[in-house]
Every structure is written in structure tokens, then in C-alpha cells.
Design a protein around this ligand. Structure first.
Ligand code: SF4
Ligand code: ZN
Ligand code: ZN
Length: 318
């Protein structure tokens, strides 16, 4: 491998989209600088923010927490707090919960775990088992899980008194989501995808994605060089065929066009900025059942729980 572009030490990695060779120490600093630039470019965080960081215990969220903790030391007034959602998935979540616990305690960041069971009355295993028994398998498990987790994170962030909720979506996640929105012709989701989702309802904690310009491969390297624990278990429900197809397509495109994922991000940001009345387009109400922000009368989480409760009680009619 060639010499590091910055310090001339032995390089350990190469960035195809910029042509840089980097040693491990310059690589770590460069990822941190890039996250800081993303925060500045999209005005993701203010100095007085209380930031709830969504920490699942996987490589992305531990990397996000580590970098924000380093950057926070430059802004004395920003406060970090970590929130973890335990979906209740056997033989999967246990290991990452331990990692979330150990890294937050090492960094001395307050940490609280919220479970689906406590918040909604069901473990995720139970949700899927009940839906499957009843023949509901039209959507992939990830769409139910994502729906419940979004609500759980908003509740957790409010509970922590946070002014922002930071999630660890990276460049690969985001570019895949943009393409999926286009392929589904999902206009509302397309408007909601981006580095920042503003306060579109008094009960909604604005969401920010500081890792949105960091490729997944660099997050794996960052976690490795920073000696962060790496989660080895795979979720038994991870079978989102649509996302897998889009991922494979983009990874293949990237081999000959290294900037393709960045281009997707940029075009999506440009398209979103065309909608000057974005907030009006996304205006939300409070759910009549639970009070969480929703575009309908009864939020999707409450609709799902209603069906689950009816199935359990034997009163559900198709
Ligand atoms: Fe939830 Fe799907 Fe992730 Fe499993 S893979 S934790 S079901 S979103
Ligand atoms: Zn170097
Ligand atoms: Zn509701």
C-alpha cells in the first residue's frame, strides 16, 4: 500500500471516491472532520442542544456515539445522552445491549434502555408470531419493527428531555432508502428522507443523521481502528429482499462509479429543497389514542397494536 496522503506513514486504506491513501490515525481524524462538516453543512446541531443518541450497540451507533462524544468536548454546552430500544428479539439483541452498556459507561454518557414490551405490551418476537399465526405477512418484519422503533425513539428522546435525536444512518443506508422511495413512488417518505427532519409537530423530536456522508465500509474501519466491539449476531428477521436488491445494485454501480452514492444523496437533497412548504406538506396531528405525532387520526403504531389486541382477544375480523 502507498504512503498516507497526509503524514507519509504507511497507508492502511484507500478511498476510491477521493483518491486518498490514509494511515489509521489520519483516517480516524478525517472521518471525524467529515462528520463535523456534515453537522455544519446541514445545521444539524446547536451548541445548546441536548442530543439523544440512538444506540443499538451495533457498529454504526457506537461509532456515532464515539465521534459525537469527541466533538462534544469542543462544545461545552452540548449534552449527550444515549437511548437504546430493546425490541425483544431473542438471541439477537442481548449482545448489542451489552455493548451499548459497556461503551456508554466507558464514555460516562447517561444511558437508558426502553423495551417494546414495556412501551407497547409486546416483544417483537410476539408481534411477529401473532401476525404470522393470523396470516399477516404482507409486509416484511423490518417494516413493523421500524414503525415501532421510530415511535419508541421519539418517546425515549422526549423522556430524556432531548432537543435532537441523532441516529446512525450512514451513506449506504441513506442512498438505498432514497432509491427505494423512488422505486415505490413514495412521495411522503421521499420528503422525510434526508440529513435532518425538522420539528414538524410539538411532540416530535427533530431527527438528525450526522453519519449520512460516511460510507458503511468506513464505519466498519472506524469501529475497528477505535477498538469498538463488533456485534456478531444477525437478526433472525433480516430478510428485506427489496433493500438487499437495491444494496447489491448500488454496490455494483459503485465499482465503476465510486461517487454514485454521494450523487444520490445530493440529488435527493436538491429535490427536497425545491419543496419550500415542506413543513406544511408533512403537517401532523396528535394520535387520538396515544398522542404521538401522526398524519392520520390513529397512528400506525396504535393501528398495529389494535389488530394485535383483537387477534389475542379472538375478536379480529378480516
Ligand atoms: Fe428490526 Fe429488521 Fe433490524 Fe431485525 S433487521 S432489528 S427486524 S429492522
Ligand atoms: Zn497519516
Ligand atoms: Zn397512537
Amino acid at each position: 500500500m502507498a504512503k498516507c496522503f497526509y503524514c507519509r506513514n504507511q497507508a492502511v486504506t484507500f478511498r476510491p471516491y477521493s483518491g486518498e491513501y490514509l494511515c489509521s490515525s489520519c483516517f480516524l481524524k478525517s472521518v471525524e472532520r467529515k462528520v463535523q462538516r456534515t453537522i455544519n453543512k446541514y445545521s444539524l446541531l446547536e451548541e445548546t442542544d441536548i442530543v439523544a443518541v440512538a444506540v443499538s450497540g451495533g457498529k454504526d451507533s457506537l461509532t456515532l456515539l464515539t465521534i459525537l462524544n469527541k466533538l462534544e468536548q469542543r462544545f461545552n454546552e452540548t449534552k449527550l445522552t444515549a437511548v437504546t430500544i430493546d425490541e425483544g428479539i431473542k438471541n439477537y439483541r442481548e449482545e448489542s445491549l451489552k455493548f451499548a452498556e459497556s461503551v456508554t459507561s466507558e464514555l460516562k454518557i447517561p444511558h437508558k434502555v426502553y423495551s417494546f414490551k414495556k412501551l407497547f405490551g409486546y416483544d417483537f418476537d410476539e408481534v411477529i408470531e401473532t401476525l404470522r399465526e393470523y396470516g399477516f405477512d404482507k409486509s416484511s418484519p423490518c417494516s413493523y419493527c421500524g414503525l415501532l422503533r421510530r415511535v419508541a425513539l421519539n418517546i425515549a428522546a422526549k423522556d430524556a428531555g432531548a432537543t435532537k435525536l441523532a441516529t446512525a444512518h450512514n451513506l449506504d443506508d441513506e442512498s438505498q432508502t432514497v432509491i427505494m422511495n423512488f422505486l415505490r413512488a413514495d412521495y411522503i417518505r421521499a420528503l422525510r428522507t434526508g440529513p435532518k427532519l425538522e420539528k414538524i409537530h410539538p411532540g416530535f423530536i427533530p431527527r438528525v443523521k450526522p453519519l449520512i456522508e460516511i460510507p458503511e465500509r468506513e464505519i466498519i474501519l472506524y469501529a475497528y481502528f477505535s477498538k469498538l466491539p463488533l456485534h456478531s449476531q444477525t437478526c433472525p428477521y433480516a430478510q428485506d429482499a427489496f433493500r438487499n436488491d437495491v444494496r447489491a445494485f448500488l454496490n455494483k454501480m459503485e465499482l465503476t462509479r465510486p461517487e454514485v452514492k454521494y450523487n444520490i444523496l445530493h440529488i435527493n437533497n436538491r429535490l427536497r429543497s425545491v419543496y419550500m412548504n415542506l413543513e406544511a406538506q408533512l403537517s401532523l396531528n396528535a394520535c387520538i389514542e396515544c398522542g404521538e405525532p401522526t398524519s392520520q387520526e390513529l397512528c400506525k403504531k396504535c393501528q398495529l397494536l389494535k389488530i394485535l389486541n383483537q387477534i389475542k382477544a379472538g375478536t379480529h375480523k378480516t
